[in-house]
Structures are given as structure tokens and as C-alpha cells.
Design a protein around this ligand. Structure first.
Ligand code: FAD
Length: 460
């Protein structure tokens, strides 16, 4: 049985930690949520650090569970498809789904984080502590040492359990690794690309300088530019570029002239929208992109890691935050079944969750290649056209891989990956070998795609 007076120490008040604090406080636990940075509601934001994010159904489900979905939706701009910009500056909109109600949302990271912090702080049983960075966790005793950045002193916080939501560079995970070196599996895989944020300001007199309700993509094979809209009329643009070994890469783009030469060559229509290009290019940091997988996620039934701390992924499916919010949903469901026995809760949580976070990690890397290379290819565009036709004509009977991952919160990432990959393979093969002919009705095409998908799934 649950002890109402249990104290939970949550380390890291980012997106996952704040939602988790709110939800667990709603379940009656006493929460201390400790964050390394100053309170973002009272300080200037860092420039150039993933300012906005794509929020979709799995993330919304987590927000709904904690009663804050409606407030979050007020911060959102719907993005109904990918607006592809080709090398000549032509654009076309590739919808995310053939079903009208399926779209993703652009939301401000700090805006959402502030909303969650406000909601958590409004609970009597939540204490927020800012400016304290966790240095080390005593895993067996659920105690952690923090540096108080204001005084410079070390302080200890303790709970009945610790939940580590301190992001991709997690110090809680580091303590697990250092403590159980030979039993803690850890892998970190970096892409050869990094990212940099630049902005498209609002139009003079207000409004948006390009189409508002889309995720804009400039796919260029090796490199890619994307842009997501913000409520103030601006867009946040992200450049994904190799660090080295390419004519244009972060190592060679070292002067404003080189930056302009590169952008004018690859993204001329975007350059026209970015008046502060070189200034922001050199002013904003370059971020790395990597996948972290590890196991076990818990130790001694006292400490558990969630969110990016347990499974950081590359951002190309727009699912890192969504997966972290889904973690809260899954954790909550496991608590319903095993509340009162933390060891059992932690083990069961990892058992049900790990294969799904591994799946979205792999799907996100696949999507990196799809976005930068395939969105511009004729075969890919034919496939998307067919899938959109299936989804609008037979909304109950066809869901593309993107739709399974992004809009179908009732199926797991793992199932979405298996089904989606088989469908992709089936359609691409059938298109490539000409089996799907013009003479066939859409209904006949769907039947053939389904049969071929089943055969692929059966052979796997
Ligand atoms: P974070 O949001 O990183 O929060 C961790 C918190 O812990 C931070 O507040 C940090 O200051 C704090 N912290 C760190 N160390 C300590 C310490 N030692 N002591 C105390 N506190 C500490 N996801 C999407 O779903 N959609 C997107 O469109 C999307 N786009 C992205 C674009 C980019 C360029 C990147 C890099 C990521 C993107 N993501 C996206 C992923 C998303 O940002 C993460 O998955 C999400 O932020 C994870 O939440 P988290 O709370 O686990 O970690």
C-alpha cells in the first residue's frame, strides 16, 4: 500500500521533470524538484537552444493526464504538413496525414516548461529549488549532493526515492554508471552532423514571412534546414550540417562570407527571410546530436531515471519530448498496478518501456535520412501521395508509419516501428517494380499493399 507521506526527490526541472512532479503531486506524494539552472520564469533565455518543439499526440496525452493539455494547446501553432522547399525555391506542402484532425503542433520550449512549473508550484506538496546542480547521487540511500551556485556551498537533499530527469547529460545516470561500472550498460552514438539555430523574424508590421501552419524543410541530401513557427510571427530555423569532411561544414563556415556563400547556394529563398544570418550563425552555439541507450534504469529500488536521462534521441521524429511525456503516462499506469513497492514499480516500468524507447531512438535516426535525402526524391513523394490518398479515402484502414508513430498513442513505438517499416518496404517495392498500376482502383492498391505488408511481417 502507498504511504501518503513519502517524499520524492526529482532532479531536473525540464519538460519531463516538471510534468512528473505535477503528476506525482496530484497522486499525493511530497515532491522536491531541484533544478541546476535559475528559474526560467525569472531569467533571460539562452539564445539558440531549441526554442520551439513539435508537440504531438503522445505528448498531449501526458499533458492531459496532468490536466494541463488545454492550457498547452493555447501556446500551439498547428503544423499540418511539411512545406518542402526545393533547390530552385519552389515549394509544395506534403500533409502529415490524409485525416484532417492529424497534425503536429509547434510550441515554445520555455513557454511549455513555465506552464508546467506554474502548475507544479500551485500544488501545496511541491517544493521547487533552482540554481542547484546535482553532483553525485548516493543510490542506496536516495540522497544527492548539489552545488548551490549562489553560495558555492554543497547541500544534500534526500527522499524516499530519487527520480532523475536531468536530461541527456544526466548526473544521476553518471552516478549509476560509476557505481555499477560492470553491470550498467551504456551506449552513446553521435551523428556526424551538429545543429545550429537561426531565426526568421516576424514580417514588418507583424505577421509571418512565410506560410505559418507547416514545418518548413529545405532538404539537400547531406544538409538540411528546417523552420517551425512561433506565436510572435517569427520562425526558429535549425540548420543540420556535418561538422567536418565536406566542402561546407561547421569546420569550413568560419567567416560571414562563407556562411552567405553557402546559404545563397543551398537555401536562397530562406536567406531572403533571415536578415541576421551571419550574426546569429556566429552568435549561437553549435549543438551535437546523439542517441543514448542504457540499462538498467534503476538501482536498489531507490533511484530511477526517466526522459532524456534514460533515452536521449536525435530530434528528427520530433518525439524526444513526446516520449518523455509518454514516460510519465506509462510510469503512472505502472504505479496504478504496483504502488507501494518501488522496486517492483521501477522494474516493471523499464520492462514495459525500454523496447519502445529503443524503437523511437532507431526510428529517429531513420527519419534523419528520410528528411534530408528522401523527402526530395520522386519515389518518396509518390509513396507519400499514395499514403495520403489511402488515409483520406479509407481513414479507418490505413495509417502510415509517420501516423502510427505520431498520432496513434494507443499503439506502442515498438509496434509502430514494426508495422510502419513493413508498410514502407511494401509500398516502395510495389512502386519501384511497377506492380501498382494506374489501372488499379485505390481500393485494389490498398488491398495489395496490405497483403504485401502482412507477408513481410510474417517473414520477419
Ligand atoms: P531536458 O528538457 O533536457 O531537461 C533536463 C533538465 O535537467 C534541464 O532543465 C537541466 O537544466 C536540468 N539538469 C541538467 N543537469 C542537472 C543537474 N546536474 N542537476 C539538476 N538539474 C539538472 N522533442 C520533441 O518531442 N519534439 C521536437 O520537435 C524536438 N525537437 C528538438 C530539437 C533539438 C535541436 C533537440 C536537441 C531536441 C529536440 N527534442 C524534441 C527533444 C527534447 O528536447 C527532449 O527530448 C526533451 O527536452 C527531454 O526532456 P527532459 O526533461 O528529459 O530533458
Amino acid at each position: 500500500m502507498k504511504d501518503q507521506n513519502q517524499n520524492i526527490l526529482i532532479i531536473g526541472a525540464g519538460l519531463c521533470g516538471s510534468l512528473l512532479a505535477l503528476r506525482l503531486a496530484q497522486r499525493g506524494y511530497n515532491i522536491t524538484l531541484v533544478e541546476k539552472r535559475p528559474d526560467l520564469r525569472k531569467t533571460e533565455q539562452d539564445a539558440g537552444r531549441s526554442i520551439n518543439l513539435a508537440l504531438s499526440d503522445r505528448g498531449l496525452r501526458g499533458l492531459r493526464l496532468a490536466g494541463v493539455e488545454k492550457d498547452a494547446l493555447e501556446l500551439c501553432i498547428p503544423m499540418r504538413g511539411r512545406m518542402i522547399h526545393d533547390a530552385s525555391g519552389n515549394t509544395f506542402l506534403s500533409p502529415y496525414s490524409g485525416r484532417e484532425n492529424e497534425y503536429i503542433n509547434s510550441i515554445s520550449r520555455p513557454g511549455l516548461n513555465m506552464l508546467l512549473l506554474d502548475a507544479a508550484e500551485a500544488m501545496d506538496n511541491v517544493k521547487l529549488v533552482f540554481g542547484h546542480g546535482c553532483k553525485k547521487v548516493d543510490l542506496e540511500n536516495a540522497a544527492a549532493i548539489f552545488k548551490d551556485y549562489e553560495s558555492g556551498n554543497e547541500v544534500q537533499y534526500k527522499g524516499d526515492i530519487i527520480l532523475g530527469t536531468d536530461g541527456a547529460g544526466s548526473s544521476v545516470r553518471r552516478s549509476m554508471y560509476e557505481h555499477r561500472k560492470f553491470l550498467f550498460s551504456f551506449s552513446q552514438q553521435w551523428l556526424t552532423h551538429g545543429y545550429k539555430e537561426i531565426s526568421i523574424p516576424p514580417a514588418e508590421g507583424g505577421g509571418y514571412r512565410t506560410y505559418k501552419e507547416a514545418l518548413h524543410i529545405w532538404p539537400r541530401g547531406e544538409d538540411m534546414l528546417i523552420a517551425l513557427p512561433n506565436l510572435d510571427g517569427s520562425f526558429t530555423v535549425t540548420l543540420f550540417l556535418p561538422y567536418a569532411n565536406s566542402e561546407y561544414c561547421f569546420d569550413t563556415l568560419t567567416t560571414p562570407e562563407m556562411v552567405h556563400e553557402y546559404f545563397n547556394k543551398e537555401f536562397p529563398d530562406a536567406v531572403a527571410l533571415m536578415p541576421n544570418l551571419a550574426e546569429e550563425f556566429f552568435g549561437n552555439p553549435t549543438g551535437p546530436l546523439g542517441t543514448i541507450k542504457c540499462s538498467p534504469w534503476s538501482s536498489y529500488g531507490k533511484t530511477l531515471i526517466l526522459g532524456d536521462a534514460a533515452h536521449a534521441i536525435v530530434p528528427f521524429y520530433g518525439q524526444g519530448m513526446n516520449a518523455s511525456f509518454e514516460d510519465v503516462v506509462v510510469f503512472d499506469e505502472v504505479l496504478d498496478r504496483f504502488e507501494g513497492d518501488w522496486e517492483k514499480v521501477f522494474q516493471e516500468y523499464e520492462k514495459v518501456r525500454k523496447k519502445d524507447t529503443d524503437a523511437i531512438a532507431d526510428l529517429a535516426v531513420d527519419n534523419f535520412h528520410e528528411m534530408k535525402e528522401h523527402t526530395a526524391s520522386a519515389l518518396f513523394q509518390q509513396k507519400r501521395k499514395l499514403e495520403i490518398a489511402f488515409e483520406s479515402e479509407f481513414p479507418q484502414h490505413y495509417h502510415s508509419k509517420y501516423s502510427l508513430v505520431t498520432f496513434n498513442e494507443d499503439i506502442s513505438y515498438f509496434q509502430a516501428m514494426k508495422q510502419g517499416r513493413a508498410q514502407d518496404k511494401a509500398i516502395l517495392n510495389l512502386l519501384d517494380d511497377g506492380t501498382l498500376t494506374e489501372q488499379m482502383t485505390l481500393d485494389e492498391k490498398l488491398k495489395l499493399v496490405k497483403q504485401t505488408t502482412e507477408a513481410i511481417l510474417h517473414d520477419d
